[in-house]
Design a protein around this ligand. Structure first.
Ligand code: GAL
Length: 419
């Protein structure tokens, strides 16, 4: 009897490697390589490893993710999809249309964990495939785009208060320029031009205008006099940049504000991740304040999409990753580093800083006022080709002497051609 038991035990040991799997595994494609971004992502990597997961890192550097999205496209076309990739907005559903996500491996996790109750309807919709019925992506956060970041010492020593209108901003920038300070730290890359442009458009055009222009692609909004005023302000902003601006990375521009070389930057709140990573504090070292608008809020939800993959280890890896991403504590810790706020609605904001608290309360106010709007510049509002058509014109205008009138006409034509 004893002998028989020993034999069975021995057999189990011998057979185990062939019938079990090596543990959850996931190749993760992302573009979070700046100081703050990497620090935030490490929380997920560590959580995954702590649960026995093997993380294969596939970073593709480049703010805004343009380079990462190119690499991803190539991988998908060659039939070599990673288990998970940082993808957001309508691009998620575009990939579903290509048939590379189905059968929605993480939907069972989402159902078991009741994600529909954990995030807002608006966020949930972005995460769903199969005609918005099944989860195929998991949200990590909500970033706000329409922010000014300013060096407090520079403003104080020049007697400047945080502007609440574009007119005040221009007056402050003129004063700083005269004092020999770079008013506006800007990274001249198309996605950064677009980031600034949509914040300006929200302020000058208003919430309803933003929706008409960048969600409905209404030619009268794209081609009207309001759009010309928006391009006028873009031209002003250009005059406040320094000659080193073209091609500069966003985090280098944030560094200029940190060091007091420049006064302001317009950037999503991942910029706060950079300030935090350097130990700088809002209200003490820097100021965060929304760019002018009437209860507007441009949001950007970072998420990971899960492609169709084969192999028990990869399938389990996807499930584990999805579950960890939606973990309550993960959403808190990750977002404190990242500069964003949790996508989960039940995470207390008590331990977050003043900028995050403001983001959260402004989001709720904007939601009630019809001002909670998806960022076009960060791939939340439009399909890739349409967003790209707008950004091309914005960048061309910003980097030339094109008149606002010509830019507006070009915008209408470019959007039409992209549809
Ligand atoms: C955004 C992304 C952020 C941040 C930023 C700069 O599109 O949503 O998480 O990484 O790009 O890289």
């Amino acid at each position: 009897m004893k002998m028989k038991k020993m034999l069975i035990a021995l057999l189990a040991i011998i057979l185990t490697p062939s019938i079990s799997f090596a543990g959850p595994k996931a190749e993760v494609l992302h573009w979070w390589t700046s100081g703050g971004e990497a620090k935030a992502l490490k929380v997920l990597k560590d959580d995954f490893a702590a649960q026995g997961g093997t993380w294969l890192d596939m970073p593709v550097a480049g703010g805004g993710g343009d380079a990462a999205m190119q690499t991803l496209k190539t991988r998908i076309v060659s039939g070599d999809a990673p288990a998970a990739a940082q993808v957001k907005g309508p691009t998620i559903q575009e990939y579903d249309d290509q048939g590379v996500i189905k059968p929605y491996n993480i939907d069972a996790v989402a159902k078991a964990e009741n994600w529909d109750k954990l995030v807002s309807k608006q966020v949930a919709r972005h995460m769903k495939c199969n005609n918005f019925t099944q989860y195929c992506a998991a949200p990590v956060n909500i970033h706000r785009i329409d922010w000014f970041w300013a060096n407090k010492k520079v403003l104080d020593s020049n007697g400047i208060k945080m502007p609440t209108t574009w007119k005040q901003f221009n007056a402050a920038a003129d004063k700083l320029k005269a004092a020999g300070i770079i008013p506006f730290a800007h990274g001249g890359q198309p996605w950064q031009d677009a980031t600034v442009f949509e914040a300006v458009a929200l302020g000058i055009g208003g919430n309803a205008f933003y929706k008409r222009a960048f969600m409905d692609l209404d030619p009268t909004a794209l081609g009207g006099s309001t759009m010309q005023k928006i391009f006028d302000q873009m031209r002003k902003l250009k005059s406040y940049t320094d000659p080193g601006s073209p091609g500069r990375d966003w985090n280098v521009a944030t560094g200029m504000v940190m060091d007091g070389k420049a006064a302001f930057q317009i950037m999503g709140d991942w910029a706060k991740g950079e300030f935090s990573a350097k130990g700088l504090k809002p209200g003490v070292d820097y100021i965060c304040s929304p760019t002018p608008s009437k209860k507007g809020y441009l949001y950007n939800v970072d998420s990971f999409i899960f492609y169709r993959v084969k192999g028990a280890d990869k399938l389990e890896g996807q499930k584990l990753l999805a579950s960890l991403i939606m973990g309550k504590n993960f959403q808190k810790v990750f977002n404190m580093y990242k500069g964003s706020i949790p996508a989960r609605l039940d995470v207390s904001m008590a331990d977050f800083d003043a900028c995050a608290k403001k983001s959260n309360s402004d989001l709720n106010a904007a939601s009630k006022a019809g001002g909670l709007l998806p960022s076009y510049a960060h791939g939340m509002a439009l399909k890739g080709a349409q967003a790209g058509a707008i950004t091309d014109v914005v960048t061309e205008h910003f980097n030339s002497n094109m008149s606002s009138k010509d830019a507006t006409a070009k915008l209408v034509a470019a959007v039409k051609a992209s549809q």
